[in-house]
Design a binder for this molecule. Structure first.
Ligand code: ZN
Length: 314
């Protein structure tokens, strides 16, 4: 497994507060960005296996969309304990957005990874969710991964944030009433892209506390026909409007320094059976976001596809 490593520009949390406060005001009527102690993420609604998102944060882009389309390469499976070693942090807590392994599930599905990888003293704790579509009634199905599966694999592609899972200082973002066209994550990324010459990456978790959001879920069957255009991909994916509260895990990088990255990727779960790949809220008037983020110190590009394209990167 080939891995490329890049040191990222890491602004101070105070500086990021000022930059994001100013930038997000262009997209939301009310914005408050501040440095706070990370809330205890073992508590509801997060119920993560670790207390916080602090401790040597890093991001990794694993595989890529070219392994999913035009045709799925189902042998592209990545064990998260191996990934944790590749990113030089065995025992890391990992969150983000990925595809579930069809070898484990027997079907294709979205994965909402929340994995505390193993170390010398502790076994893997997999708190991930997966979401799929019931093709009989076209409804969203969200499940706790460890209820049915015992591995900690992802497949095809993954955008992941990893850290030691410690408590500590984080950037808190409160934003309500969207006035711009960008999602919260895109607005954050565009702000960082405008401000910084070098790539700046952030990862973390946010709650859509009020309103609804547009998501997609990949269907349980991979396409047998090659998906050659964005329209082909859109016709294959299943779209849903889902309701708050939604707990979203996000990874973003301000710009791609030539590593064939997906520059933002967010998956969400809920406690009411909905979850998947987040695009944007559909209720700009009433939406309320509350998030906790940190800038990543390093970016690791794992198993970059040799043949690439820009289809299906939204
Ligand atoms: Zn996704």
């Amino acid at each position: 497994m080939a891995t490329e490593k890049l040191a990222l520009h890491v602004p101070s949390l105070e500086e990021l507060c000022t930059v994001l406060q100013n930038g997000l005001q262009e997209s939301f009527a009310s914005v408050q960005v501040s440095v706070v102690e990370c809330p205890d993420l073992t508590q509801h609604p997060f119920s993560f296996p670790v207390k916080g998102i602090c401790g040597h944060p890093r991001i990794t882009d694993v595989g890529g969309v070219p392994y999913l389309i035009p045709l799925a390469q189902i042998d592209k499976v990545y064990n998260m304990n191996t990934v944790a070693k590749e990113i030089e942090m065995p025992g890391a807590f990992i969150l983000g957005a990925a595809a579930a392994s069809s070898k484990s599930l027997g079907i294709n599905a979205e994965l909402i990874p929340l994995i505390w990888t193993e170390n010398k003293d502790r076994c893997t704790v997999n708190s991930s969710y997966y979401s799929t579509v019931n093709m009989k009634d076209q409804t969203c199905v969200l499940g706790k991964y460890s209820d049915k599966f015992s591995d900690c694999d992802i497949a095809l592609l993954g955008n992941l944030y990893a850290c030691q899972g410690n408590p500590g200082k984080v950037v808190q973002i409160m934003a309500t009433k969207r006035t711009g066209e960008y999602s919260l994550v895109t607005a954050m990324r565009k702000t960082l892209e405008k401000q910084y010459e070098k790539p700046v990456a952030m990862g973390g978790t946010f709650i859509i506390q009020k309103g609804k959001a547009k998501i997609h879920i990949m269907p349980p069957e991979f396409s047998v026909c090659p998906l050659n255009t964005d329209d082909d991909v859109n016709n294959w994916l299943k779209y849903f409007e889902v309701s708050a509260p939604l707990i979203c895990q996000s990874v973003l990088v301000s710009k791609d320094p030539g590593l064939d990255l997906r520059v933002e990727h967010t998956h969400c779960f809920s406690h009411h059976g909905e979850g998947g790949h987040y695009y944007i809220d559909t209720t700009p008037e009433s939406v309320e976001y509350l998030g906790y983020f940190l800038p990543a110190e390093f970016l690791y590009r794992i198993d970059r596809p040799k043949e690439t394209h820009q289809i299906g990167r939204e």
